[in-house]
Design a protein around this ligand. Structure first.
Ligand SMILES: [Zn+2]
Ligand SMILES: [Zn+2]
Length: 209
């Protein structure tokens, strides 16, 4: 574990939080166990099953990013992160690649009745000084626990073979017939014989009660 990574991630993300700490640990484990040389291109694909703070640390530290197309979000609301190596060779788009699936299985530190009470007041909107202080302390305790835990305490890790998601294809853009903005043709919808961008399509086809 390298607390320098948490600092780096916090600069990118904007604050330190337990979710970010989880992302740092996931990235560190993937880099250590699966691709020790941080990928310079998109040969590693990350599939993340939530859109939490953790994903920012993963993008920064592993180089798997949304913009490059080698970070795929499956919005399942699960703390599961899978890294897949794209297979080399002629049949590469159909072949399965080696993968590591990291599932976060964190048991949070036991809380005292006082801590629970403070958290309850905070979540009900109470911002009294003692409440805010207690909530901050609770959060730092959680971050420390995450950064200190062993990989075994924090994760369930599986090795598997799976097909990486298809590469993003480059498709031509055409103008939406309602707003006139250029849109990737594969993302458009057809209604009343007109090809519309998604927002226009949704406005056009939503029911107006
Ligand atoms: Zn955060
Ligand atoms: Zn439009």
């Amino acid at each position: 574990m390298d607390s320098g990574n948490l600092k780096k991630a916090a600069l990118f993300h904007g604050h330190v939080c337990p979710g970010l700490a989880i992302g740092v640990r996931v990235a560190e484990l993937a880099l250590k166990e699966f691709f020790p040389n941080r990928p310079q291109d998109e040969e590693i694909v990350a599939v993340v099953e939530n859109d939490s703070c953790a994903v920012d640390a993963i993008q920064l530290l592993t180089g798997c990013t949304l913009g490059k197309g080698n970070l795929i979000l499956k919005d399942y609301g699960k703390q599961v992160y899978t890294f897949i190596k794209r297979p080399e060779g002629p049949k590469k788009s159909k072949a399965a690649g080696e993968a590591i699936r990291i599932s976060v299985d964190l048991r949070p530190p036991e809380e005292s009745p006082k801590e629970k009470e403070m958290w309850r007041r905070f979540s009900e909107g109470d911002r009294a000084e003692e409440v805010v202080k207690a909530v901050h302390a609770r959060r730092s305790k959680k971050i420390k626990a995450i950064m200190k835990a062993s990989d075994d305490e924090l994760f369930r890790v599986n090795r598997l073979n799976t097909r990486p998601p298809c590469r993003a294809r480059v498709v031509p853009s055409v103008r939406c017939e309602k707003c006139g903005e250029k849109t990737m043709e594969t993302k458009m919808g057809l209604t009343g014989g007109r090809k519309l961008c998604r927002p226009c399509f949704e406005k056009e086809t939503s029911c107006r009660n």
